[in-house]
Design a protein around this ligand. Structure first.
Ligand SMILES: Nc1nc2c(ncn2[C@@H]2O[C@H](COP(=O)(O)OP(=O)(O)O)[C@@H](O)[C@H]2O)c(=O)[nH]1
Ligand SMILES: [Mg+2]
Length: 298
């Protein structure tokens, strides 16, 4: 059991590739690709190779995990630490494999993280509307349960796979590898990986992305970067969302920017409203530039 976020050994990951043309879902477990019933899911945690009891409950990228989950020294502690180190090594190795696979294809993949409800899916909907005519886009959706977000993305006409993590609170590299196989992104694509809503554990798992984008909604309060520094420290780009609500809140923007400077001075910060579209042009430009770079490097 993860002491930080409550992942349990019973977690089961399911991967579902939604069919863009209709409400049906393509079963991802068989080789035929037949269109099956809506609720047909691929439980890859059942496969022998994916020992879910181990990989779904590892927390922390490289050494950060050991800091985040300190162990009380005692009998068996060395064993626990070495087991965790092996699990984390495994995630990092798989993340590197994803990164190489994406780079070889000239695909720009980003890991989009935030608290639940900060506006990740709304931003993706707006972004798909703007960029879909320019180059191929695909989305890997991470949620504990439901196809709600994947449905929203599918309605926008985008290639999307939903990963349901069960009791797991974050995506891991092997889940994303499965998702990438499903969406099979073309050269020059952007792949958006919407992580499970959580400001803690997703920060600790490398998925093989080329960039990390963190959304902070003004409704969450200005102190979240100070309270959850690991998440913001790892970001390449931070989007302060829901700025349309600023007139109605006591959110102290200057203070928030101060905290961000302290924990993530290297990151670019943009102020946006995913709902109204305000401030989104620099975000679109950022995406175009990173996609160009990924394509040029392939
Ligand atoms: N006012 C306002 N609401 C927003 C904005 N972005 C998202 N929302 C709302 O916030 C709620 C959660 O958004 P969603 O995109 O599902 O968040 P997610 O859980 O991070 O994917 C929804 O009701 C959205 O309509 C914004 O910029 N301004
Ligand atoms: Mg969402």
């Amino acid at each position: 059991m993860c002491k930080t976020c409550g992942c349990s050994d019973g977690a089961q990951t399911r991967i579902t590739h939604l069919d863009v043309s209709g409400v049906a879902v393509v079963d991802t477990s068989g080789s035929s690709g037949d269109v099956l019933g809506y609720a047909h899911e691929h439980r890859y945690g059942d496969e022998a190779e994916h020992n879910h009891g181990v990989h779904s409950h590892a927390h922390g990228g490289a050494g950060s995990h050991l800091n985040a989950h300190p162990h009380v020294p005692g009998d068996g502690d060395a064993h626990v630490v070495s087991l965790e180190a092996r699990i984390l090594d495994k995630n990092d190795r798989l993340a590197e494999r994803n990164r190489g696979w994406l780079a070889g294809r000239g695909v720009f993949a980003l890991n989009l993280m935030s608290s639940p409800g900060a506006g990740k899916t709304t931003l993706l909907e707006k972004t798909l509307g703007e960029l879909a005519d320019e180059f191929p886009l695909a989305v890997v959706e991470g949620d504990q349960e439901t196809f709600h977000d994947a449905e929203r993305i599918r309605k926008a006409g985008c290639n999307v796979v939903q990963i349901n993590t069960g009791q797991g609170c974050h995506l891991e590299a092997d889940m994303v590898a499965q998702g990438l196989q499903e969406i099979d992104p073309a050269a020059g694509s952007i792949v958006f990986i919407e992580n499970v809503g959580n400001l803690v554990c997703p920060a600790l798992f490398d998925l093989g992305e080329a960039a990390r984008v963190v959304i902070l909604a003004v409704t969450e309060g200005e102190d979240k970067p100070a309270k959850y520094p690991h998440m913001f420290h790892g970001a390449d780009l931070i989007l302060i969302n829901k700025i349309d609500l600023l007139p109605y809140l006591s959110f102290d923007l200057e203070r928030c920017l101060g905290y961000l400077h302290e924990v993530a001075h290297h990151a670019e910060v943009l102020q946006i409203s995913a709902a109204t579209g305000a401030g989104l042009e620099p975000w679109f430009s950022w995406l175009r530039a990173h996609r160009e770079k990924a394509l040029a490097g392939s």
